[in-house]
Write a protein that binds this ligand. Structure first.
Ligand SMILES: CC(C)(COP(=O)(O)OP(=O)(O)OC[C@H]1O[C@@H](n2cnc3c(N)ncnc32)[C@H](O)[C@@H]1OP(=O)(O)O)[C@@H](O)C(=O)NCCC(=O)NCCS
Length: 219
């Protein structure tokens, strides 16, 4: 589906091509879907866990992390493959007001962490997730998106630089900040459309999966 959102694109660097990214179906997960998130994280190798969490978390620690996600305040985004497994996941967490104010000088802030499964990389899913998080933040009245990553994380640094994030590097670690313009009617409508597209995409994949399984049993 094509829709002109030129007015609704976050205030990102012009070098970031947002056209393909907006067509990626990204669904918000509910808290009953923690197990999908857990499976996605546990499938990450040691190095990816290190890049995603800042340390090579054990399965048990990842389990605790997933259990502690507060779905009332945070948003978990997912991109599903044909098997309805998560090929990408993003955790968006608004930073409590007091902490955010001291870090950003007044405005509200949110932290975002993302991961794309090894087989799905290099197709723009990471960029699409990032853009969705930025748009979501704008629509919540959040003025700064923050990501903590390692300086050696070339793919993430590439996304951050292309988005025009301000990057502060110390001792091999990088904090990247993106200042956001307030959301508009257009950004809110766009996110609504993207939510619906993702729900339809998920429903179609689910039906196809069920049909494939039925055929397998019938054969
Ligand atoms: C970082 C990560 C999310 C990127 O996901 P992705 O879906 O492969 O990202 P994209 O396909 O959108 O690619 C982003 C850009 O990085 C570039 N890139 C990818 N791998 C790269 C590498 N090893 N070195 C340099 N650039 C690289 C891509 O070419 C692309 O740039 P382009 O748009 O100019 O072509 C993924 O690699 C990942 O999950 N890593 C482990 C967890 C992690 O690092 N999370 C981020 C910290 S929270």
């Amino acid at each position: 589906m094509e829709f002109d959102t030129a007015a609704s694109v976050p205030a990102l660097s012009p070098s970031l091509d947002t056209r393909d990214a907006r067509s990626v179906p990204i669904r918000e997960l509910g808290q009953s879907e923690r197990s999908l998130l857990l499976a996605h994280f546990v499938a990450l190798g040691v190095e990816d866990r290190y890049l995603r969490f800042g340390s090579p978390l054990s399965d048990t620690a990842i389990c605790r992390y997933v259990e502690r996600i507060d779905f009332a305040t945070d948003t978990v985004f997912g991109i599903f493959d044909e098997q309805l497994e998560l090929e990408a996941a993003g955790h968006f967490a608004p930073i409590p007001r007091a902490a955010a104010e001291s870090a950003t000088g007044g405005g509200r802030s949110a932290e975002f962490g993302l991961s794309v499964g090894g087989a799905a990389r290099g197709k723009g899913l990471g960029t699409a997730m990032f853009l969705r998080a930025a748009a979501h933040a704008r629509n919540l009245g959040i003025s700064s998106l923050f990501m903590h990553c390692l300086s050696e994380n070339r793919a993430m640094m590439r996304i951050a630089r292309k988005a025009g994030m301000e990057i502060r590097q110390t001792h091999g670690e990088a904090d990247a900040y993106l200042a956001l313009e307030p959301g508009t009617v257009a950004t809110v409508l766009e996110e609504g459309v993207q939510r619906r597209i993702a729900l339809v995409d998920f429903a179609i994949k689910r039906r196809l999966l069920l049909a494939r399984e039925a055929l397998k049993h019938a054969a």
